[in-house]
Design a binder for this molecule. Structure first.
Ligand SMILES: NC(=O)c1ccc[n+]([C@@H]2O[C@H](COP(=O)([O-])OP(=O)(O)OC[C@H]3O[C@@H](n4cnc5c(N)ncnc54)[C@H](O)[C@@H]3O)[C@@H](O)[C@H]2O)c1
Length: 352
């Protein structure tokens, strides 16, 4: 990004758009960082949801983004609406001269995400992707000490949870070609892969995907295999069908093995390097058994740093868009390899 503008000096005035399921985590993060950020508007197509979100901060509530963008105190917009709305709402906010933090995925297609990155760059604004799970001590330690581990050869990510059907109505409406888990959950795992692989994109991507549940149309389980320059490889297994939650990252370096267990415990050849504070891992193999507040708080702090032109850890602009380009390739490979007999037909006609 050439020149950033609109450096705010006091707390950044932020409008949250989309006051649904995940907005509570963002609103709690805003409330936890009064020196850095303040809620100046809440927006939801359902005005009562916006009102409930705005009330504790005494902020105004609106049913449309345009109304919030009319307020000069809105310096940044946090987009937490359904995926299909991200591109148009981010574009509207950027064109109105506002910085944007958008929930993953930045957009539905790489082309849309690249257009947003160009818009932000041209206007000297921050477009940051909400890849929440890069914001923790274990990941920070890896990134800050990467050279001490030697050369990275391979990386395995397993991110398996259990959702009993759609967690929001729009999950059920997504068409198989739009992607379900590949659009909703893969961004977290792939963000980690891209983070440790640096500026390289994979030279080859191979994906198998399947659907095991009938409450949605898209794939709910996938295996992604990627070859990176320098003979490096990465595999990602994501699932919405695993009741015993598995969140494990294994990085094979020349000098040994780094592992992150439950998103929080980092070990090097079995020796623990980073452990979370007491109370974060309550019952990590159970759904909801981990505290996640700190991820959203640290992400917001990093976003404010980005807006202020300071060093930060948010994926922004073209870097953020690069991931959506990769997801395009992942979805295309899944469609080419596995859709015909694994995703599309009703479950009752799928043998086995
Ligand atoms: N970072 C994470 O770990 C994480 C976790 C869950 C969800 N998400 C992402 O957050 C986003 C929202 O997911 P959710 O589960 O909260 O969904 P949700 O459906 O619970 O919430 C979305 C909200 O947007 C509102 N909305 C719909 N159309 C709107 C419009 N045109 N203008 C304003 N508001 C509108 C809805 O009324 C709803 O309240 C998604 O992009 C999802 O991928 C991220």
């Amino acid at each position: 990004m050439a020149e950033l503008k609109n450096f705010p000096t006091g707390p950044l005035g932020i409008a949250v758009i989309g006051c649904g399921r995940i907005s509570g985590a963002h609103l709690a993060a805003v409330a936890a960082l009064p020196a850095q950020v303040r809620l100046v508007a809440a927006v939801d197509a359902d005005l009562s949801a916006a009102q409930a979100a705005a009330k504790p901060a005494g902020a105004p509530a609106f049913a449309s983004l345009d109304e919030a963008l009319a307020l000069p105190e809105v310096e940044a917009v946090l987009v937490a609406t359904p995926n299909a709305l991200h591109a148009e709402q981010c574009l509207a906010a950027l064109r109105a001269g506002r910085h944007v933090l958008v929930e993953k995925p930045v957009a539905e297609t790489g082309e849309q995400a690249a257009a947003l990155a160009r818009e932000a760059e041209a206007r000297g604004l921050v477009l940051a992707a909400g890849h929440t799970f890069r914001h923790n001590a274990a990941v920070r330690h890896i990134m800050d000490n990467q050279e001490s581990f030697g050369r990275l050869r391979t990386l395995e990510v397993s991110s398996c949870v259990k959702w009993d059907g759609p967690q929001a109505p729009w999950w059920a409406e997504r068409k198989p070609e739009e992607g379900l888990i590949l659009s909703l959950f893969a961004p977290h795992a792939l963000d980690f892969v891209q983070l440790v692989m640096g500026q390289d994109d994979p030279v080859r991507v191979h994906v198998e995907a399947a659907r095991h549940q009938s409450g949605w149309q898209g794939e709910d389980e996938a295996m992604i295999l990627m070859a990176y320059p320098g003979r490096r490889m990465a595999s990602v297994h994501i699932s919405y069908n695993q009741p015993s939650v598995l969140d494990r990252k294994v990085l094979h370096f020349d000098k040994g093995v780094l592992e992150i267990e439950h998103g929080e415990i980092l070990s090097w050849n079995g020796d623990v390097l980073v452990a979370p504070p007491e109370g974060v891992l309550i019952d990590p193999r159970a759904m909801g058994g981990r505290k996640l507040e700190h991820y959203f708080r640290d992400q917001l702090r990093e976003f404010v740093a980005a807006v202020r032109g300071e060093v930060h850890r948010c994926p922004t602009g073209h870097d953020a868009a690069r991931l959506i380009g990769l997801i395009d390739r992942v979805k295309a490979s899944a469609r080419a390899n596995s859709a015909a007999d694994a995703i599309d037909p009703p479950l009752d006609v799928v043998p086995g």
